[in-house]
Design a protein around this ligand. Structure first.
Ligand code: XMP
Length: 512
């Protein structure tokens, strides 16, 4: 077992994920509970996460000293390096050269951390994100790599098995970061295991039973992979204590409702209530143009509908959701924390305080591809597991400006044509997510001998590993031309099609 002590970094879960990829079980524990967790878990290695805090602050969060008294290998990442240096007799100062983004380190000495990966004298790309930096290393340590902005970019005490780095090895932008973590976990800490989604499934089932007891659970199904996997997992844990509710908010894609109902009611035999609430949602969204207001309105109504349904089934104490880790991190601001709210994801941030059901979120620690794997483990059909993500607020956030039934109808048709062409071209599985948006502007065109004045449809397609960063998909122009022609010809009310070539960041995947 590896203990990951969390100091509030945006990317702590990525550390856990890298450890999971090694087949090794880990737990993330907030620093306040680290001493107790260290006792309980008896980990073979400890990783200290990054943090928005500064060790120079009064009350700076620090790992418990017991970690360093135990002889267990420790890896400090970013703030973790500073905390380690601070506690073991080194020095940390506020940096004049703050380093954010791509940087390169030069390897100064051999280290067990580099086995099979980096060599002395080599220069390697890494992802930095820090203000403070270490200016004097603790006794017993040596510098094992440097960078222009951080002379102590990597330090190690090979005898005591303490390693620390100023950059983030857990993010994909540090290309060999996973290998460094692997060396720490496998070789230096000696962790073993074949922990995977099979173990996750068993562990989740146990946790769900423990959390829920004999209470009833209601689960919002959106038709997406996440809520489906959550529902099947929870059903496996508690059987018919679970009722699924599929809310048609009038913001679904073409034919979506039928697909979901068929799969769950017929194929899985999971109790499913299909609520047609489109009047309610579209009524409340009338005249709303602000994206956050849209999200919050939808989130609130979802809860209203769930609460109603919960009453109907004789009181459900729990609401289950397929919230994933990236939803959590982008919606939540930690206490004293790093992360500003980017968007209020409806399954996290939009929950009104008054909601009187407790949450069951068995996928909260996972990334999309892990959820897909869990879905396969649970026997969900491949076409379902491989589906592109679809957001809870649905087409509302693909219709910037005012939402009208007319625009939604146009959008549904355009989206259907676009996806049909993508499937036909065999591109669906290469793309993380593809969808159409309808813009709140009309432009002039000419069709036949007539002037037209119609809506613009935007096409979006991105590749991504986890939805947190993304690149636009490089379709060939002939493909885009074909889609544009079909949409303009077949969808009344559209006379122009554009393709979005923005990556994330700076864009987000959805337009709102
Ligand atoms: P963004 O647009 O923030 O989206 O780059 C990242 C991923 O999250 C999906 N998304 C949502 N999923 N509820 C969800 O369940 C939401 O409110 C929501 N907003 C965005 C988005 O489709 C993409 O896959």
């Amino acid at each position: 077992t590896i203990l990951i002590i969390d100091f509030g970094s945006q990317v702590t879960q990525l550390i856990a994920r890298r450890v999971r990829e090694e087949g090794v079980y880990s737990e993330i524990v907030p620093f306040q509970h680290a001493a107790e967790a260290f006792e309980r878990m008896k980990p073979v290695g400890v990783i200290l996460s990054g943090s928005p805090a500064s060790v120079l602050d009064e009350n700076a969060p620090l790992p418990p000293p017991s970690v360093f008294d135990s002889g267990v290998p420790v890896l400090g990442i970013c703030y973790g390096e500073q905390a380690m240096s601070h506690m073991l007799g080194g020095k940390v100062e506020a940096g004049h050269d703050r380093e954010f983004g791509r940087a390169a380190v030069t390897v100064a000495r051999p280290s067990a951390l580099y086995d099979g990966t980096w060599e002395v004298g080599g220069e390697y790309p890494v992802w930095m994100s820090h203000g403070d930096r270490v200016t004097a290393i603790p006794p017993g340590f040596e510098v094992i790599a440097t960078s222009p902005g951080a002379p102590f970019a990597m330090i190690a005490d090979e005898t005591r098995h303490y390693y620390a780095m100023q950059f983030h090895p857990e993010v994909v932008h540090t290309p060999h970061g996973a290998a460094l973590i692997r060396n720490f976990v496998r070789r230096i800490s000696g962790a073993t295991g074949d922990w995977g989604m099979k173990a996750y499934r068993e562990e989740s089932i146990r946790r769900i039973r423990e959390q829920v007891g004999s209470e009833k659970v209601i689960c919002g199904l959106s038709g997406g992979v996440d809520s489906s996997v959550a529902a099947v997992l929870i059903h496996e844990a508690i059987g018919d204590q679970l009722t699924c509710v599929f809310v048609d908010h009038g913001l679904l894609r073409l034919g979506e409702a039928e697909k979901v109902v068929t799969l769950f009611r017929d194929a899985y035999n999971i109790p499913l209530v299909h609520v047609d609430a489109s009047e309610l949602f579209l009524g409340a969204l009338e005249g709303v143009t602000d994206p956050e207001v849209k999200r919050k309105t939808i989130g609130k109504l979802f809860i209203d509908v769930f609460e109603d349904e919960a009453k109907k089934i004789g009181g459900a104490a729990f609401l289950a959701q397929g919230t994933l880790y990236p939803d959590v991190i982008e919606s939540v601001s930690f206490t004293g924390g790093p992360s500003v709210t980017i968007k209020s994801h409806h399954n996290v941030g939009g929950l009104p305080e008054r909601m009187n059901m407790k949450l069951v979120e068995p996928l909260r620690e996972l990334f999309k591809d892990e959820v897909r794997e869990l879905g396969r483990e649970l026997g969900l059909p491949e076409v379902f597991v491989g589906r592109h993500p679809f957001p809870g607020p649905g087409l509302a956030i693909r219709c910037p400006g005012e939402i009208t039934r007319e625009k939604l109808d146009i959008l549904r048709l355009a989206d259907e044509i676009y996806l049909e062409e993508i499937r036909r071209g065999g591109l669906y599985d290469d793309i993380w997510q593809a969808f159409a948006v309808i813009l709140p502007v009309k432009t002039v065109g000419v069709m036949g001998d007539y002037r037209t004045y119609d809506y613009v449809v935007g096409l979006r397609a991105v590749t991504s590993v986890d939805g947190m960063t993304a690149d636009f998909y490089p379709f060939d122009m002939a493909f885009l031309g074909r889609v544009a022609t079909r949409i303009v010809n077949e969808v009344k009310g559209v006379n122009r099609v554009v393709y979005d070539v923005t990556s994330k960041p700076p864009g987000t995947i959805e337009w709102e």
